[in-house]
Write a protein that binds this ligand. Sequence first.
Ligand code: NAD
Ligand code: UDP
Length: 312
Amino acid sequence: MIKKKVLVTGGAGFVGSHLCDRLLSEGNEVVCLDNYFTGQKQNIVHLLDNPFFELIRHDVTMPFFIEVDEIFNLACPASPIHYQYNAIKTIKTSVMGAINMLGLAKRIKAKILQASTSEVYGDPQIHPQTESYWGHVNPIGERSCYDEGKRSAETLFVNYNKQNNVKIKIIRIFNTYGPRMHPHDGRVVSNFIVQALQNNDITIYGDGQQTRSFQYVDDLIEGMIRMMASDDSFTGPVNIGNPNEFTILQLAELVIELTNSKSNIVRMPLPPDDPTQRQPNIDLAKKELNWEPKIQLREGLQQTIDYFASII
Ligand code: NAD
Ligand code: UDP
């Protein structure tokens, strides 16, 4: 018997495809909606024979109607290179996508989860970041199409909840990596692994002393499932990330070690507004969701390296 009918926007992307796998494995019916801007059919091709999986090419900036019990709203490019490629489209995807999906959730009385981001904290001046921190974002910078789009989406979610009683959930995802990242995605983990496996130069932007806290995708999916299943009164936002913090130089050295690569490290200019530090405080997720990450960087990187080695 089918448990729930679930819509996943951005379901052909890196995170979305893992979420579709997990939802199907738990006996749900899944509708995956994607316009394939950064996602790929390859990520969900193994699901196409499953009668409980449905794939729809659609752009979330356009209205969409369907009957489902739950909506996970992930549609949005996540890599700086891709979200800056067409900045206006990125902010439209976040804002109009949120309006369309919230309108749908309101009409059909579905519960809806927003994949927000640690980028709402911008270049944070408090460390680690708690959910109560309002952030430090340049509203007209290179990253603003993504950061401000995601911030506006949070505002829309909170107000659909207050005004229209839509059941909402907001998670703020910190840097996540794993199999099915696109090899040319442009994010640091995939870049370094692909470069190392091909013995090409490892490109560090700036001095490599900026930090990130890297979460393995399976831990994120567990957090998303727990958040959706949590009591309706807990709407978030809640940080979902791994608090283990590394400099980008440390990441490069670890990737070189794990791949036995002959790559050299080279320095490239630091992009504007690149956050200097990022680390989640996850006390709220521990308390409300009984969730914390299980897979640490060395183990997660090894699995990701094995994946990239198999496809390139
Ligand atoms: P991704 O780029 O692999 O996936 C995004 C998916 O959304 C792709 O399949 C893309 O084709 C689709 N998409 C983009 N614009 C669309 C549109 N207008 N209509 C329909 N589909 C559209 O990125 P990801 O890492 O899987 O990220 C998924 C979500 O999680 C995003 O919302 C992202 O902002 C959020 N997030 C991810 C991370 C991370 O580290 N991976 C961190 C913070 C937040
Ligand atoms: N970065 C890097 N080399 C790369 C890609 C990224 O040094 O080839 C740096 C980037 O400048 C940033 C960090 O790695 O400081 C994380 O970048 P990513 O694009 O993965 O995510 P975000 O900046 O959005 O956290």
